[in-house]
Design a protein around this ligand. Structure first.
Ligand code: DGL
Length: 260
């Protein structure tokens, strides 16, 4: 009984890695829309259309029993749409991430970093307020962090300077917890912790693993791991090798995705 995961590109491999490690016997199909990445600077309508195409493609072609929207931008805009159009459980990254942060914060001050679109959507703000109205939320779009990770610049003085430039103003608000509201940012967790060791750093993978567990999906011996991409990209290869090593990758035609 397979699970589908999609992301705008390569960043969702951080979520793939957590799920693959937690569920060694579940078939996993990952779709990275590398031809159309980034989603984070697109309009709401475009993000919803692309996300619906990715989810529908996985459902029709791989008979998935649950869909994980690994992309924060897609989760922020297309979660409700995908839940409505697909007859299977759908989980995004926003709710699990918000819930983890609400559980972890002691002083009820939480920072959220993400793409421009994710921050503009206020999805994390709304989710956190749903769980606990009293938590103060400080958001910051950090658009340079995605290209940094894709370049493999995950440490060093330039990376630290950019992180500080974005984050110092959020830290000054007195937050004790920071949500990494973008698929690429977990790779930067060590350098963020190095600069701000006192901070609780939350990403959504833990909550997602918990959620999938609750679905009670049947497991298989020798589970399939299959990665689909809509365009070949050297940075995909680099991040894939860094995160998950040797997993079969197949290029699919963007026109197949759009024709459903
Ligand atoms: N996957 C996106 C996210 O988590 C980051 C990359 C993009 O902008 O598409 O928001």
């Amino acid at each position: 009984m397979p699970i589908g995961i999609f992301d705008s590109g390569i960043g969702g491999l951080t979520v793939f890695k957590s799920i693959a490690e937690a569920f060694r016997n579940i078939d996993i199909y990952y779709l990275g829309d590398t031809a159309r990445v980034p989603y984070g600077n697109k309009s709401k309508e475009t993000i919803i259309r692309y996300s619906a195409e990715c989810g529908t493609f996985l459902y029709h072609n791989y008979k998935i029993d649950a869909l994980v929207i690994a992309c924060n931008t897609a989760s922020s805009y297309a979660y409700d749409v995908l839940k409505r159009i697909l007859p299977i459980p759908v989980v995004g990254v926003v709710l699990p991430g918000a819930l983890s942060a609400v559980r972890v914060t002691k002083n009820k001050k939480v920072g959220v970093i993400g793409t421009t679109a994710t921050v503009r959507s206020n999805s994390y703000l709304q989710a956190i307020k749903t769980f606990n109205e009293g938590v103060e939320v400080y958001q910051k779009a950090c658009p340079l962090l995605v290209p940094l990770v894709e370049e493999g610049w995950i440490e060093g003085t330039i990376t630290e300077a950019i992180i500080k430039r974005y984050l110092d103003e959020v830290i000054e608000k007195g937050i004790d917890t920071l949500i990494l509201g973008c698929t690429h940012y977990p790779v930067l967790r060590p350098v963020i912790k190095k600069i701000y060791p006192q901070l609780n750093v939350v990403d959504s993978s833990d909550g997602i693993v918990e959620y999938i567990n609750s679905l009670g999906i049947n497991t298989e011996e020798n589970a399939v791991r299959h990665i689909l991409i809509t365009d070949e990209s050297p940075s995909f290869q680099t991040l894939k090798d860094l995160l998950i090593g040797d997993v079969k990758t197949e290029k699919i035609e963007l026109s197949d995705l759009c024709s459903l």
